[in-house]
Design a protein around this ligand. Sequence first.
Ligand SMILES: [Zn+2]
Ligand SMILES: [Zn+2]
Length: 225
Amino acid sequence: MRCPWCQQLQIRDLTLKEILWPLTIKETRCQVCESKLCKIEAPYCMLCLKKGVASPCDDCRMWQTEYPSYDFQHHCFFQYNEAFHDWIYRYKFLGDYRLRGTFTDEIRSFFHQHPKAIVCTVPLSSERQKIRGFNQSAAILSAAKIHTVDLLQKTQHTDAQAQKNRQERLAMTQPFEATSLAKEIKGREVIVFDDVYTTGRTLFYAAEVLEHFKPLKIRTLSLAR
Ligand SMILES: [Zn+2]
Ligand SMILES: [Zn+2]
């Protein structure tokens, strides 16, 4: 089987479970790729998982002031290090669609703990989707066979976040509105997924729109932070 990141062929013994149920065969990352990733480990901010800071971190305090009634809880798997940057560059900006399954293991175990949640991804504008050819976040969840519901749509085409500095990112205006499906989240747990958490601006806007529909809880998830 191939490493879902570097695509190199690798040889390993199958587990008994995988032999009995071939559908459960996992595409695990090779050791070289694995060694480049940096998992989030304590100490970190309990709200956004920013590493090496007190909790709540300065960013989260700022968000608490802006959204005092929103019970924010973010989860992510890795630190945004150089290797993760290379991965996202290849996947998102060079459009290497094969990389969508790189983090399927982590995604599946996270959603396994939230079986009843309604899951949605941060939408792209139709212009962006046309340029890229796919919604990078939706493709990651689809590779992990996580069912998603389009609760949000983008009302305006914005410049790519990656090209902006922190001030420009934070200055962005609300880019989302709810779809007709959003009324289904009343009293339910919702998880909003975006590939990367940078300032939090995008996910807080997403949550702001969804809060109107009185969900039980909105969690946010990204691969890296
Ligand atoms: Zn690899
Ligand atoms: Zn924080």
